[in-house]
Design a protein around this ligand. Structure first.
Ligand code: MRU
Length: 338
């Protein structure tokens, strides 16, 4: 997708280095981070310079390739890479694939290319659900920045917009890190898609007023029964969507499905620093990115990064293999998608 007047992927490998768009600086600064070792790539995943399920997966695959190329102890490297973030299934999927492969760099590159291709397909397939004149709500950032290219939840939106449908996107700001307000809004603006950022608490009101036709979100891990871990706040939106009769779709490549998690209770939920809730960063008048305290001094905060939406709230899944609606609960569900 286009950024700063050029076509970019979110993360790529060239020689022994991994390059990625530094997402903590967006939308204020567009900068590329070069990681010269697998440990630097681990740092980039942990500190969320690269984030979002597919992008984390691709970066983790490249980190494995860096470890192999530089002759590291691969068992140790695998453990270190797997310890960076616990919830996104794509990370574990990519690490295991590269670990099993004969040619680590080739395999890591295939994972990244497949991610981009699958997201492009999700865009084509999912756009069937978007009618001319639709208003769509989305949560967090499941756009191209969260994958290698195209995105999952935003891919059908981009496809529909390019096909000339008149659409409008309500973007949940997504506290505490603001992936909606900062990243999704930046992506949509770059692509010329009409949108508005809404506060996280505005969704139910807008739904009750008939303003939202459809909700599409991404996923970090999907259990065998369809229960879906996604950015914190997704569960509330799904419950509200059901209450107001609004279709609620999850868009994700099949690499995000985890057959080893029978239900959502098996999905590990990342707990992040309280400082992400207590402090916010923004840009000053003289163009400096600054962090300020936005809460009562001395108070503490609790910061679970994801929640799990039970499959009973999900109208359907959009994958590169098609749209699967009305999921039945039970272990057979994922098999039906494959
Ligand atoms: O913590 P993040 O930003 O890595 O969280 C992942 C996400 O961006 C969202 O949960 C997203 O909706 C699914 S990932 C495509």
């Amino acid at each position: 997708m286009r950024a700063a007047g050029k076509n970019y992927r979110t993360v790529w490998m060239d020689g022994a280095s991994v390059f990625l768009i530094e997402q903590n600086l967006l939308p204020f600064k567009f900068q590329i981070y070069e990681s010269k070792s697998y440990l630097e790539t681990c740092f980039a995943i942990e500190k969320m310079l690269v984030r979002g399920a597919g992008a984390i997966g691709a970066a983790a695959g490249f980190a494995m390739a860096q470890a192999v190329l530089s002759g590291q102890n691969i068992e140790e490297a695998k453990k270190r890479i797997e310890s960076t973030r616990p919830t996104a299934q794509n990370l574990f999927y990519a690490v295991q694939r590269v670990y099993n492969a004969k040619d680590a760099q080739k395999e890591a590159q295939s994972i990244a290319d497949e991610d981009a291709q699958n997201c492009r397909k999700i865009g084509e397939i999912g756009s069937e659900l978007i009618k001319d004149g639709s208003a769509i709500e989305t949560h967090c950032n499941a756009g191209w920045l969260a994958f290698v290219d195209y995105g999952s939840a935003l891919a059908p939106i981009y496809h529909s917009h390019k096909a000339g449908k008149k659409i409008f996107v309500y973007v949940d700001e997504t506290r505490p890190r603001g992936q909606g307000a900062r990243l999704t809004a930046w992506e949509l603006k770059n692509e010329g898609v009409p949108h508005a950022i809404i506060s996280d608490n505005a969704g139910a009101y807008l739904m009750s007023q008939g303003k939202i036709d459809l909700m599409i979100v991404g996923a970090d891990r999907i259990a065998a029964n369809g229960d879906t871990a996604n950015k914190i706040g997704t569960l509330e939106k799904a419950i509200c969507a059901k209450e107001f009769g609004i279709p609620f779709y999850v868009a994700a490549p099949t690499s995000t499905f985890d057959k080893n998690c029978k239900t959502g209770t098996d999905i590990p939920i990342e707990q992040r620093s309280q400082n992400e809730v207590l402090f916010q960063s923004g840009i000053t008048k003289d163009n400096q990115v600054e962090e300020i305290l936005v809460c009562s001094p001395g108070s503490t905060a609790i910061n679970p990064a994801f929640d799990v939406t039970p499959s009973k709230y999900i109208t359907g899944f959009i994958t590169e293999k098609g749209i699967k609606t009305s999921p039945r609960t039970g272990a057979g569900f994922v098999q039906e998608i494959f």
